[in-house]
Design a protein around this ligand. Structure first.
Ligand code: ATP
Ligand code: MG
Length: 323
């Protein structure tokens, strides 16, 4: 038996790496990327440790997908450096990302609906026995991987078209693990899912962390982020706008950082303010250079309702919703 193309010369489904000390896997520093006149990313820092779930959040157009696509080898950055396992690297194409050990599950999942779960998992790197596909081995490895992920898939021999949204997401994530990546990037994995399916995918993310993978979770959903992330990186208008340990932050604080209603923890840290990450944001002074004219923090009267305005919700919709 010999694995097909895409194999990196070792068993593609390896044992979990639990129990090892957390090491830095990836460091991006000063990343810049523009598309014509659009500056999609400006001087962005980002890092991932093994066994860590890093949420990447930001409003539409903040630069999340652009950053992820740089890691996936889809875009090359105009500026900045990338280190992987301590070595400076470039990622000129998707095959390079895969060779480094960066797997990306894009939002459209890119599954082949007419193929079964086993065929989807091993597509492009089939195990072969002589001149034939080693179906038995591929099926056994598929089951062992799904069991390890506590995945609820009824059969691995049905076309993925017959699976639910959450199960399809599970298959796409399982497929990304076949090459034994160090980092798994999930772009909005729960965006199209219901409550129970979302919980399943969040469980799956916990399993990825237990296996020692670094996970990058791109999400608009603060509840998901608070439920599974260890660290949250906020992008706003293509720049870093805060890095938070999830234990030190609330959803309201994250929404404020996403929408620009706060100053910038990273900037304040860089300026030598060591307490900036943990001090409540409302208590922080505004930066003079705040480009968006953030509203002043206001103390509510006792009993007064708090109204949080979400981006993208038109005033008329909000008002109608209240009536
Ligand atoms: N291929 C491209 N060509 C031109 N402009 C692009 C391209 N990709 C992204 N952009 C622009 O770069 C900026 C960042 O886009 P990006 O897709 O990274 O944002 P995002 O944070 O992923 O947003 P969303 O939440 O809507 O997915 C946007 O202004 C976008 O229009
Ligand atoms: Mg995007």
């Amino acid at each position: 038996m010999r694995p097909g193309s895409g194999d990196r010369g070792k068993n593609p489904v390896t044992q979990p790496r639990t129990g090892r000390a957390r090491e830095r896997v990836l460091t991006m520093h000063g990343i810049g990327k523009h598309f014509g006149a659009v500056r999609a990313l400006v001087d962005v820092d980002f890092w991932v440790n093994e066994g860590e779930v890093v949420a990447l959040v930001g409003d539409n157009g903040a630069g999340k997908s652009t950053l992820v696509k740089i890691l996936a080898g889809v875009h090359t950055p105009d500026a900045g450096t990338i280190e992987f396992d301590g070595d400076a690297v470039t990622i000129p194409g998707p095959a390079h990302a895969q060779d480094l050990g960066i797997a990306t599950v894009f939002q459209d999942l890119a599954l082949c609906d007419n193929l079964d779960v086993v065929a989807n998992l091993w597509l492009g790197r089939e195990l072969v026995e002589g001149a034939r596909l080693d179906e038995v081995d591929m099926e056994q490895r598929t089951w062992s991987l799904l069991r390890e992920l506590s995945a609820k898939i009824p059969s691995v021999r049905i076309p993925v078209a017959a699976l639910s949204g959450g199960q399809r997401q599970t298959v796409a994530i399982a497929r990304s693990l076949v090459g034994d990546p160090r980092i798994v990037i999930l772009d909005e994995p729960t965006a199209a899912l219901g409550v129970a399916q979302t919980a399943e995918v969040l469980n799956l993310i916990e399993r990825l962390r237990e296996r020692g993978h670094g996970v990058v979770l791109v999400s608009h959903n603060m509840a998901d982020v608070m439920a599974v992330a260890d660290r949250v990186v906020v992008l706003r208008l293509g720049r870093n706008n805060g890095v938070y340990n999830v234990a030190d932050v609330t959803s309201a604080m994250l929404i404020a950082a996403i929408t620009g209603a706060t100053d910038n923890a990273v900037t304040r840290r860089a300026a030598g303010d060591a307490d900036a990450a943990t001090r409540p944001i409302a208590a922080r002074p505004r930066l003079a250079a705040d480009p968006v004219g953030a509203p002043e923090p206001r103390v509510r009267a006792p009993g007064e309702a708090e109204i949080i305005t979400l981006p993208g919700v038109r005033r008329r919709d909000r008002d109608e919703g209240r009536e």
